[in-house]
Design a protein around this ligand. Structure first.
Ligand SMILES: O=C(O)CCC(=O)C(=O)O
Ligand SMILES: [Fe+2]
Length: 497
């Protein structure tokens, strides 16, 4: 049976179901302890009732189910260019991607549904609109609010104020659109599907069904090796297909966890879990990828693994390359979406933002921080970044020789701490972090306190200049950051203070 079938094939051994929890009664610490930290999936109910998208984007269907209101999209969101996957044709490990206007997508979808092709009766292709950067494209239309459980999102916070890449060789126009953020809308008719994959950067994702139903099949990370081919290079593409035993000898051993996600339910996809997804009805979903202190090590581990592959691939031209490391890093950015320098600049910003938060809220009785997971969230964040930074220290990308020849853009984004702290992009990032933590109630600031501070100007740009000494305090600890070693030293100094 092909992917469009939507049912588990004979070799797919389903051993369990994803837990379902009422999201309204799950506290943030419970979500952390039960799902985010142990890296386990969950389906959350009751979190989308106030979303405008659930009303505007859907029409009443049968038995209380709703269906997509395609006219609403055509009229209100006439995007000239959306990405569409053709679910009937494969390109490497994914579906072939097409680009078309929203109107074209709708016209084809309507035509297909009237000819019944989505049931597989006819040859017409199954089109699945994916990775639509809806929030970036229509910022004034508030389709939904991110549930509190998912607001500790460093990836999107960062991309709201910083570019993913500095290197001019990498940061071209197409990249800028693709890296604009990781907040997406998906829309696909019954029968559309997503091949087996683990998410970008090995981030977490959450996915909410505005209408429709999805079948998910998950494999826990400790079993990932079972779905790779005998050379351990590529994963199975469609688990419902007749997977070749010769090519994928261990596939039969994989034990799958299943879930049918209903309308208005949100699924939390943990880091590194391979999954395949089928739309069982015409479905619209909203989907974010994100990471934070709990899964940052997944991101680094992926970058490191992909780096080794990128390097091995061009090892034979090392001797004739002026800047072999630079080439590896450019290839890594192209293949994985981020390279060591992008990631280092990213974590440097988060170290500084967390140190500022720590300085701002520190009270005398907090002087003795402990490093356990129950310690203050900013201490926890810094400890997790420290773990990752310490693994980066020995890497060739950060050797003196290679740091001497990195692009001017990368170098200037890295080093001068005062400049970073006074930069408007950084301030926006730090404010977003501060707000997010106030929101989830993990920072000491309540919303009221935030408002007071705002009035005093403490969260405004003036904060760092006038009554607040945080720039001096931090630059007293360190003036320049040249690589992961400095970052580790800065974190140690900040936590010792
Ligand atoms: O809904 C889909 O088709 C895929 C979603 C997905 O892979 C995810 O949310 O991680
Ligand atoms: Fe995914």
């Amino acid at each position: 049976m092909g992917g469009g079938g939507g049912g588990a094939g004979s070799r797919v051994k389903v051993v369990g179901q994803v837990e379902r929890v009422d999201g309204r009664s799950l506290t943030y610490p419970e979500f952390v302890d039960r799902f985010m930290k142990p890296n386990l999936p969950v389906v959350l109910t009751g979190l989308t009732s106030s979303w405008r998208s659930c009303e505007d984007w859907t029409l009443a269907g049968t038995d209380g189910r709703r269906r997509p209101n395609l006219d609403f999209f055509a009229q209100n969101f006439p995007s000239p260019l959306v990405q569409v996957a053709d679910c009937s044709s494969r390109e490497f490990t994914d579906h072939k991607r097409l680009e078309m206007s929203m109107q074209e997508f709708i016209d084809i979808s309507v035509r297909n549904s009237s000819t019944g092709s989505s049931n597989g009766d006819c040859e017409a292709s199954l089109l699945y609109l994916k990775d639509w950067h809806f929030v970036k494209e229509y910022p004034d239309y508030v389709a939904y609010t991110t549930p509190t459980l998912f607001v500790d999102d460093w990836l999107n916070m960062y991309l709201d104020s910083h570019p993913m890449h500095r290197d001019p060789d990498i940061a071209n126009h197409k990249n800028e659109i693709n890296c604009a953020d990781y907040r997406f809308v998906y829309m696909g008719a019954k029968g559309t599907w997503t091949p087996l994959h683990a998410d970008v950067f090995r981030s977490y994702s959450w996915s909410a069904n505005v209408c429709g139903r999805k079948l998910w099949l998950f494999l826990e990370p400790s079993q990932s090796h079972l779905i790779f081919d005998r050379n351990l290079r590529s994963p199975v593409y469609d688990i419902n297909d007749d997977v070749s035993e010769k090519q994928f000898p261990d596939f039969n051993k994989a034990e799958w966890i299943e879930c049918i996600q209903e309308q208005n339910e949100i699924i939390f996809v943990p880091s590194g879990w391979y999954h395949q997804v089928h739309n069982l009805e015409d479905t619209i979903s909203i989907n974010h990828n994100w990471f934070n202190a709990y899964n940052l090590h997944w991101v680094w581990n992926l970058l490191h693994e992909d780096y080794k592959v990128a390097k091995e691939y061009i090892e034979d031209i090392r001797d004739i390359c002026d800047d072999f490391e630079g080439l590896c890093q450019r290839n890594l950015a192209a293949n994985t979406g981020m390279n060591f320098y992008d990631f280092f600049i990213f974590i440097t910003r988060f170290v500084l933002a967390n140190v500022i938060e720590l300085y701002h809220i520190r009270e005398p009785e907090d002087a003795k921080f402990n490093s356990t997971e129950t310690a203050h969230p900013f201490v926890y964040n810094l400890m997790q970044i420290r773990n990752v930074a310490s693994k980066m220290i020995s890497k060739e990308a950060f050797s003196t020789k290679n740091l001497c020849i990195i692009s001017e853009e990368n170098r200037s984004a890295m080093s001068d701490v005062t400049k970073i702290l006074k930069d408007d992009s950084f301030r926006r990032l730090w404010m977003s972090l501060s707000e997010a933590y106030a929101y989830i109630g993990r920072g000491r600031r309540s919303f009221d306190q935030m408002r007071d501070l705002n009035q005093k100007g403490c969260l405004s740009v003036a904060c760092l200049k006038s009554d607040c000494n945080v720039v001096d305090d931090i630059t007293f600890l360190m003036l320049e950051i040249h690589g992961p070693e400095d970052l580790v030293r800065l974190i140690d100094a900040a936590l010792r203070e």
